[in-house]
Design a protein around this ligand. Sequence first.
Ligand code: GLU
Length: 299
Amino acid sequence: MSTPIYRGRFAPSPTGPLHFGSLVAAAGSYLDARANDGEWLVRMEDVDGPRCRPEYDKAIMLALEAYGFMWNGTVMRQSDRPEAYRAALDSLKNKDLVYPCACTRKEISDSAIAKDGAHIYPGTCAAGLSDGRASRSWRMRVAGERITFTDLVQGVVSQDLEKEIGDFVLLRADGFFAYQLAVVVDDAEQGITRIVRGADLLDSTPRQICLQHHLGVAFTEYAHLPVAVNAAGEKLSKQTLAKPLDGKNPVADLMAVFGFLGMTSLKGNDTSVDDLWNQAIRLWSLDKVPKVRTIPQGT
Ligand code: GLU
């Protein structure tokens, strides 16, 4: 089978049910794939074992069906793939691009805070573990890494990984692989060509491009959609009590999502879900998506 020109994906984490924000990411990636005659895959990002629950995995899959999404192939689950992440980490070890780190959270709690709220690692273990210290996690070296890319919605993004992020964790102290590594390995494995997702992940993208480069896998295109936030500027998520969407009112919910993505001329009255999707696929253009990272919602 030849590789399609376009392959997109939706990669939810089963840490809660589907909500408005995740439906925006699902719909945006789906519309972009279908409008480009591409394939669209679903991957359950349950790599963060302690935070993921099988009941949310099930609820998300049922909701996707209720909203009329049709995915290609079988659903990949990160919990099935530790060997693939281990192999990627080993290849980075062979190039001396990673190192073991003994620091606890508390030990780095004085260092500066990055845009995503994490501490910028001060490089304590970069030259080797001091005597008597045991490895807890593995970190990626980022000295001298500046990544610049053009996002198809947000424009040119540039990040100095050393200054703005610091050496970042690939294998966590609790034994789970980090999202940053898993997402790159899986997008490569699934042959994803364009990643359409929420702009809350824009600041993670340079780390992922850096890993793509050092793992020698294909680069992907990126389109980061605006994220719905509450009046305090916080992402609508389980933590901020965004209401779960179960697909009982698919046309109304999808109309809200399509409007959020800049498609205001769709007809939602007396329309079936399939017809609404067809209208939206015909109208879809990334150019219509508001070029902002966040849009406040009146919840
Ligand atoms: N699993 C991530 C999330 O739900 C999304 C990862 C991605 O799209 O790259 O926030």
